[in-house]
Design a binder for this molecule. Structure first.
Ligand SMILES: N[C@@H](CCC[C@H](N)C(=O)O)C(=O)O
Length: 279
């Protein structure tokens, strides 16, 4: 059976998008996703994203496999790509610029803006250790500036869930972090029972943060939308940054707001189609 796909990226965080609207199960298995994501023997991507029929009154459902075949709850750059993919699929019949998407992290709404950017209501961050999950604090406590031993060093970490787990640490110089060697040690640390994404953040100004990321199930990526949101929330919790800031990633900037009004996190950034193909 031939399967059509389209490659998209959000700030270099790249995905294979598949039109899965005729079935509620992904047409690709996790093992196949691993092969497709391979940058030497496959198409090359950080993950595979499926546009499935909506559930519970939503317009569509998003599922995603990381490049290691694991299934995360949410993906910020991916849901912007999905918004543009859906608009492309709907073509002439498109009637809306805001989609209600069911994800494993709840209903998320990407909105296509007139300037081509996509603004996403990423929902409420979860702050309690039991929700993240991590055993770094008691299940009903927040994890703010907790010491964590990794690679022979004590890091102060703050943990936030945007549906998926994030461990954030603030550093003087983000370029000096040996991400290749320590990223995997954070990801697989026993205090994170479902593994974790890890963000290293340099506060340049209260409204401008530099970030590098090691993603659970994908390793070093050029950008992570949920990670940028979680990092801004961590920056506010530790009184290091404002509620509205630019997060500069290796692939480019994202605008992030943790609203004082509704306590939801909003992310705005690009999503680009790269090419289409047939498997
Ligand atoms: N790149 C994504 C996050 C994808 C999921 C992540 N690897 C996980 O396992 O939680 C983003 O832009 O948010």
């Amino acid at each position: 059976m031939a399967i059509e796909f389209t490659k998209y990226h959000g700030l270099g965080n790249d995905f294979i998008l598949i039109d899965n609207r005729s079935s509620s199960e992904p047409v690709i298995t996790p093992a196949q996703a691993i092969k497709l994501c391979d940058r030497h023997f496959g198409i090359g991507a950080d993950g595979v994203i499926f546009a499935l029929p909506g559930e519970n009154g939503t317009d569509y459902t998003m599922r995603i496999f990381n490049s290691d075949g694991s299934e995360p709850e949410m993906c910020g750059n991916g849901i912007r790509c999905l918004g543009v993919f859906l608009a492309d699929l709907e073509g002439e019949s498109r009637t809306q610029d805001l989609y209600r998407i069911q994800t494993l992290a709840g209903v998320i709404t990407p909105q296509l803006m007139a300037d081509g950017q996509v603004k996403v209501d990423m929902g409420l961050p979860k702050l309690l250790a039991g929700e993240i999950p991590t055993t770094l604090s008691a299940a009903d406590s927040k994890v703010i500036n907790q010491p964590l031993e990794v690679a022979g060093k004590t890091w102060e970490v703050t943990c936030v869930s945007m549906g998926n787990p994030h461990c954030i640490t603030f550093v003087e110089d983000v370029a000096a972090i040996p991400l290749e060697s320590i990223g995997t040690k954070f990801e697989h640390h026993p205090v994170f029972p479902q593994r974790t994404n890890t963000e290293f953040i340099e506060i340049v100004r209260r409204d401008y943060l530099k970030m590098r990321v090691w993603e659970r199930g994908a390793g070093i990526t050029l950008a992570c939308g949920t990670g940028a949101c979680a990092s801004l929330v961590a920056g506010v919790l530790t009184e290091k940054c404002d509620r509205i800031a630019t997060v500069e990633l290796p692939g480019g900037p994202l605008q992030i707001e943790w609203s004082e009004i509704d306590q939801r996190v909003y992310m705005t950034g690009p999503a680009e189609r790269v090419f289409t193909g047939k498997l």
